[in-house]
Design a protein around this ligand. Sequence first.
Ligand code: PLP
Length: 398
Amino acid sequence: MSNAEWTQRGNDVFIGTYNRFPVMMVKGDGCRLWDEDGKEYLDFLAGIAVCSLGHCHPAVTKAVVKQAESLVHVSNLFHTRPQIELAELLTRNCFADRVFMANSGAEANEAALKLARIHSGPGRYEVISLTGSFHGRTLATVAATGQSKFHEGFEPLPQGFVHAEFGDLEAVKNLIGPQTCAILCEPLQGEGGVRPLEKEYLQGLRDLCDTHGLLLIFDEIQTGLGRTGKLFAYQHTGVVPDIMTSAKALGNGLPIGAMLTTDSIASSLVPGTHASTFGGNPVAAAAGVAVLQEMLSEGFLQSVQEKGAYFTARLEKLAGQFPHLATGVRGQGLLLGLALTEQGIRHGADIVQQMFANGVLINFAGNCVLRFVPPLIVNKEEIDQVVDILARIFSDIQ
Ligand SMILES: *Cc1c(COP(=O)(O)O)cnc(C)c1O
């Protein structure tokens, strides 16, 4: 069967929540994917910042197979070795002392929101998040998400969420009241268009939280696990949150999320207050252990910073060559966005399609940037290839 036939079958059976590319992917290896018709792609989407070690990384595959041969699931009524090892690896390498394991980013954020409320006590329930943010698709995380396009049709949304204008510290301050329990943000907005927050701004949030007794929650679902060149993006800034969420790259493609916090805040969640049947499942957790071991190995994060700098320089040069289409580069490490001009934005979706036709997978984020989130194991030749193809497409637009 062909891509076209499979696409037809898929379109006949799925609820239409996605506009999928008309291909069926059948194989992945490193930064490359192959579809049903044998066409090869350079994958600079990495399953939406998930397959950070590349597709079918041998250490992850080995860990998954080995775990699946001995124990696949027992629930959280029992301990399992991969889950303990993963929690230890996470807490040893960030501010947190304790972990709650979930299956996805939205679930990790739900756990964070529940913790913020129960820890803060009666009457203190409201969370301030930022415009342009993205925190997930469950009702509470959609309410936390600061983009109205994700709210439409789903009202009334759960109460207790307000949004401050991105980057405006005064706006956050003005929203704080006796009902406020937490401030939630991504240190660098991903879905919202690769928009970084200044170190000073994040420190300002920290100070507001300290002054008013609020919890600072960092959503590092996209920025975490090496994506920005540190294990977590907050580690570039010196601003330490009270609660942090992780998911996406944590299992290199296996579904797993985590909510992390300190001993004293964690003590507010006691048996019966929160749970997940699958959370931290042994197979997904075994993948997570392999991911962290690889990322913490000598030189790995340093190489992400170097390749990020190289990629940034190449994209900046491209922006300089096509100033009517692109204005410059945003982001950090290998979470990069090429910001487009108004004319560029009109071509944004078409550029992504042209890249796809040329065998390169990227996307158009926040309706303003071409987003590049390649596997962190990408090499300079692959970066060159992608920039060269993009340059050809840009010059065709002229
Ligand atoms: C992807 C993402 C989420 C949602 O994660 P899911 O696993 O899709 O639920 C939440 N926050 C951020 C910052 C994300 O990038």
